[in-house]
Design a protein around this ligand. Structure first.
Ligand code: GAR
Length: 210
C-alpha cells in the first residue's frame, strides 16, 4: 500500500475495531490502498469471531485479532488486552466501525482524542444502537451520519464531520440504511485523512479543520 508522506509528516498506524459486516472497514481499506488516507491499517480487532469484517481484513492482507468478551472478567480487562495489542503495533488512531461495545474509561484515557466513531444519525439525535430505525420512526425529514471523537459518554464526543441525508416518503429502514451507508463511506475516510494529516484541532466541543 504505497503512499507519499509530505515533508515532516509522521506515519500513523491505525487500528479498526468492528463487530459486524465491516462496510466502513472496506471503505477505509480502499482509501488506504488508493493512497487517499496516508496511513497503514496495523490491526483489525473484533469481539465476534463471525464478523464478516474479519474476512475483508484478511482479503486485504491486514492483521486481525479476535477477542471473546467472555474470556475476560471485566470490560476493563478486555480493553487492557486491546490496548496492549495496539501499543505493540504503535497505533496512533483507533477507528470504531460498527464496534458494538462500550469502551471503558481506561481505554478512553489511554487513547484520549485518538478514538473516532461513526454513528448513523445526526448527533446528538438518535443516540444508541438503532440510529436509522429511531430517526425513521420519529418522523424527521433529514438524518445522516456523524463522525466524532469518543469520550466517556455514549455517542457524545466532539463532532468531526456530519452529512445530511433526506428521508423519503416511502423509505424503509433498509432503503434509508443504504443511503446513510453511502455517505458514511465518504465521510469516514475523509475524517481519518484529516486526522492523519494533523488537520483536526479540538477546541472544547468544537473540532476545527485547519
Ligand atoms: C454503521 O452504520 C455505523 O454507523 C453503525 O454500525 C454500522 C456498522 O456497519 N454504528 C452504530 O450504530 C454505533 N452506534 P459496517 O459494519 O457495515 O461498517
Amino acid at each position: 500500500m504505497p503512499y507519499e508522506l509530505r515533508k515532516g509528516q509522521k506515519a500513523v498506524n491505525i487500528s479498526v475495531l468492528c463487530s459486524g459486516s465491516g462496510t466502513n472497514l472496506q471503505a477505509i481499506i480502499d482509501s488506504v490502498r488508493s493512497g487517499y488516507i496516508p496511513a497503514k491499517i496495523a490491526l483489525v480487532v473484533s469481539d465476534r469471531k463471525d464478523a464478516f469484517a474479519l474476512e475483508r481484513a484478511k482479503k486485504a492482507g491486514v492483521e486481525t485479532l479476535v477477542l471473546n468478551p467472555k474470556d475476560f472478567r471485566s470490560r476493563e480487562d478486555f480493553d487492557k488486552e486491546v490496548v496492549k495489542n495496539l501499543r505493540a503495533r504503535n497505533v496512533g488512531l483507533v477507528v470504531l466501525a460498527g464496534f458494538m461495545r462500550l469502551l471503558s474509561p481506561y481505554f478512553i484515557r489511554e487513547y484520549r482524542n485518538k478514538i473516532m466513531n461513526i454513528h448513523p444519525a445526526l448527533l446528538p439525535s438518535f443516540k444508541g444502537t438503532c440510529g436509522i430505525k429511531d430517526a425513521l420512526e420519529y418522523g424527521v425529514k433529514v438524518t445522516g451520519p456523524t463522525v466524532h471523537f469518543v469520550d466517556e459518554e455514549l455517542d457524545h464526543g466532539p463532532i468531526i464531520l456530519q452529512r445530511a441525508v433526506e428521508i423519503k416518503e416511502d423509505d424503509t429502514p433498509e432503503t434509508l440504511l443504504e443511503r446513510v451507508h453511502a455517505e458514511e463511506h465518504r465521510i469516514y475516510p475523509e475524517a481519518i485523512k484529516l486526522f492523519v494529516e494533523g488537520r483536526l484541532k479540538i477546541e472544547g466541543r468544537r473540532v476545527r479543520i485547519i
